[in-house]
Design a protein around this ligand. Structure first.
Ligand code: PLP
Length: 392
């Protein structure tokens, strides 16, 4: 099919819920994608932080193919090897104790919220179910995670929403203390706010929140749906904050492009969700888990150091272009935000770059780059050259 035919068919038969760029993608290799007519795009998006191994990564393709030929799905009523091995690796690499596998980020956060409320219910009974989240956060699109999201714009249309969320300003312990109360069971945060604009939290703030949580027996819930799985240059961002959260959610990059997510919990929370309290049909799918094992094998400590170096290279390259529309860059590893100067429109910039062959994202008031973690120096240089040509 041609790009136009794909767009027409989509318009006719798929619900119109996405503001799509006018591009159809057919195939990819490394961090480069092609449309059906053969036009090339350098990918600074990774399918919104998902395809950490890029496209056509042979060990990933082989693992999926082999596992699909062996066993595609059998349900959680039986034991299978790939998710058990993946959970072991995640725990050993992070210090967490156990994992529950799900399918998407919002669903993982639902599980994390359920765990926090049940932890408190088991210990203190009813009336202690409130979760404090941060202004400008994003936690998902379900009725509950929309409410966990600290942005008014998302609290619309779908009433009634789930009760039990209060919001505090990021990097402001006084604001968090003001939101405290006898009804609180947990604090939930992204360590780098992604959709909000790539805004890293301060280390001192996060450590102070962890201390406050310990004092009050609140659980600290880290939403690492976007920051997790190597994106920030460590396997999880919390490893750069010197804390071990009680529960961590992950999704996006965990299986390199197949739908998989989950939560990891520490020893204190190991037995909170027992048989019958939480489940999902597709969770721990063996094909997704086999893909996840390849991701873990690839993301060695040396590879993660490279992610930090690549992030620094790209940020320096962007700042040195001195483009009239861009201000400073920020972020961690290959999760990069670019300030858009007043008088310029982020969507217009994104469209211009895409027209010229560079796929980028926007977030909050600026641009957001989430390239595949395997991106090469040549591909980064090509992307920078397109920026200069399109925006210089
Ligand atoms: C931090 C964070 N949490 C949750 C989600 C929701 O994930 P999903 O779209 O897979 O449900 C996202 C998606 O962008 C996210 O960035």
């Amino acid at each position: 099919m041609t790009s136009q035919q794909i767009k027409d068919l989509t318009g006719q038969y798929i619900m119109n819920t996405y503001g799509r760029f006018p591009v159809a993608i057919d195939h990819g290799q490394g961090a480069t994608l092609w449309d059906p007519e053969g036009k090339e795009y350098i990918d600074f998006t990774s399918g919104i932080g998902v395809t950490d191994l890029g496209y056509g990564y042979q060990p990933w393709v082989d693992a999926i193919t082999t596992q699909a030929g062996k066993l595609g799905h059998v349900s959680n009523l039986f034991y299978t090897e790939p998710p058990a091995k993946l959970a072991e690796i995640l725990c050993k690499r992070t210090g967490e104790s156990c994992v529950f596998f799900a399918n998407g980020g919002g669903e993982a956060n639902e599980g994390m919220i359920k765990l926090a409320r049940k932890y408190s219910f088991d210990k203190y009974g009813k009336g202690r179910a409130t979760i404090i989240t941060l202004n400008n956060s994003f936690h998902g699109r379900t009725i509950t995670t929309l409410m966990a999201t600290g942005q008014e714009v998302f609290h619309n249309y779908f009433f009634p929403f789930t009760e039990g969320f209060r919001y505090a300003a990021a990097n402001d312990l006084t604001s968090l203390e003001a939101a405290a109360g006898d009804d609180v069971c947990a604090v939930m945060m992204e360590l780098v706010q992604g959709e909000g604009g790539v805004l890293p939290l301060d280390v001192e703030y996060v450590q102070a929140v962890k201390k406050l949580c310990e004092e009050k027996d609140w659980l600290l819930l880290a939403d690492e749906v976007q920051t997790g799985v190597g994106r920030t240059g460590t396997l999880f961002a919390f490893q750069q904050y010197g804390i071990l959260p009680d529960v961590v959610s992950f999704a996006k990059g965990i299986a390199g492009g197949l739908p998989m997510s989950g939560i990891m919990a520490n020893e204190k929370c190991r037995n909170v969700l027992g048989p019958g309290t939480h489940a999902t049909t597709f969770g721990a799918n063996p094909v997704c888990a086999a893909a996840g094992l390849v991701v873990q094998e690839t993301l060695s400590d040396a590879f993660l150091e490279e992610v930090k170096a690549k992030g620094a290279y790209l940020r320096k390259g962007i700042e040195e272009l001195n483009l009239p529309c861009f201000g400073k860059t920020r972020g961690m590893g290959l999760m990069i935000g670019i300030e858009v100067k007043e008088g310029y429109n982020k969507s217009e910039i994104a469209n211009k770059l895409i027209e010229n062959g560079l796929l980028v994202l926007t977030a909050g008031p600026g641009m957001r780059l989430l390239p595949p973690l395997v991106i090469t120096k040549e591909e980064m240089d090509q992307g920078l050259a397109i920026m200069e040509k399109a925006l210089g």
